[in-house]
Design a protein around this ligand. Sequence first.
Ligand SMILES: *Cc1c(COP(=O)(O)O)cnc(C)c1O
Length: 415
Amino acid sequence: MDFFNYKGSDLYAEDVKLTEIAKQYNTPVYVYSKATLERHIAAFENSLKSKKHLVCFAVKSCSNLAVINLMAKLGTGFDVVSEGELRRVIAAGGDPHKVVFSGVGKTEHEIEYALSVGINCLNIESEEEIDTVIKVAKKLNVVAPVALRVNPGVDAKTHPYISTGLKNNKFGVSEEIAFDLYKRIAKEPCLKVSGIDCHIGSQMTSGLPIVEATDKILALYDKLKKEGINIDHINMGGGLGVTYYDETPPSPLEYFAPILERLKNEDVAIYIEPGRAMVANACVLLAKVVYQKNNGGKHFVITDTGMNDLIRPALYGSYMTIINTTKHEDGEEVVCDIVGPICESDDFLGKERKLNVKNGDILAVRGAGAYGSSMSSTYNTRRMPCEVMVDKDKTFEIRKRQTYEDIWKDESILN
Ligand SMILES: *Cc1c(COP(=O)(O)O)cnc(C)c1O
């Protein structure tokens, strides 16, 4: 159940008709349901409540200030992967003491900024990064709280671009060297061993890979404990999948239960970094049908919404459910490709879908909240999409549509 449902022949977000939103704010527009976001936040908090925990929302999945602010008010922490994201969290009222910083390429400047605002933990991803953190911590005269991102060599069984826990990808350090690196960190007076971190991939629809990863992380935890190196928290990352079509991912409660079971006798907090599962299904992207045509026996529905607005289908070949916000009494369903106006053949929202559409209809792409607006661009000099949050019968414009001048305001011509 969510808060995007038909009443009669019209699709609603909570108590607001989506065609009305399209009329008022124009298209493309991302429409979030506040009640859905609140329900998801509560579900994650609730799933860990038997243990000391920190839910760190992965800001990269959806970075609008209003979304971050809503979470911050409900006590959520954040996982950031750049100085920009950390600044966003602070600008939105988030507490840096509840923020962890991930990423393979943190610069010295970013590390300095993070330590100066009191980051909860730096998730270190290489031996060289340890050196940089030491240098910055000495300069600032602080003790830097750190975790090592350990690559447990577990196959998340997901798309290769979002599978991050295998030995041969760029993330984290291997299990083999992690123990020695921890010994080194523990000896450094300006570093504090805070946690063990891992994140094995995204859109996982089975709970098995994360349990396998937990067992590997716990083996390291035990080994460190015997060495006298105590860990405050174990961070199992993000990655819980969502239903885009017919996937049946576990609930947060089901997903984390075996992990909590394994940690129940340990005096250690659990951190998680959910992105997608928190926001994907709390949002639809509205696209207007501009033209229809037949080419080579294929029916095309051409919309005003392209891969610059939503890149997931083009980038990952993702399936996203597309429905018409108006159900027609007349006309009939045809098999069609729903495409955008961009000059690339991979500019599509969906392929071989059955829809009954008329020109001017507003289509809703479901599950658009994660890696939707946050991955949008101005490619083809198209303005970044508008974003709206619905709260019962009210709408709030949480991101104005860019002006054209905004797009090129930082460019200049030679004189
Ligand atoms: C992207 C990312 C996440 C969030 O992943 P989801 O699949 O969106 O839950 C969490 N942690 C790290 C380190 C990430 O890179």
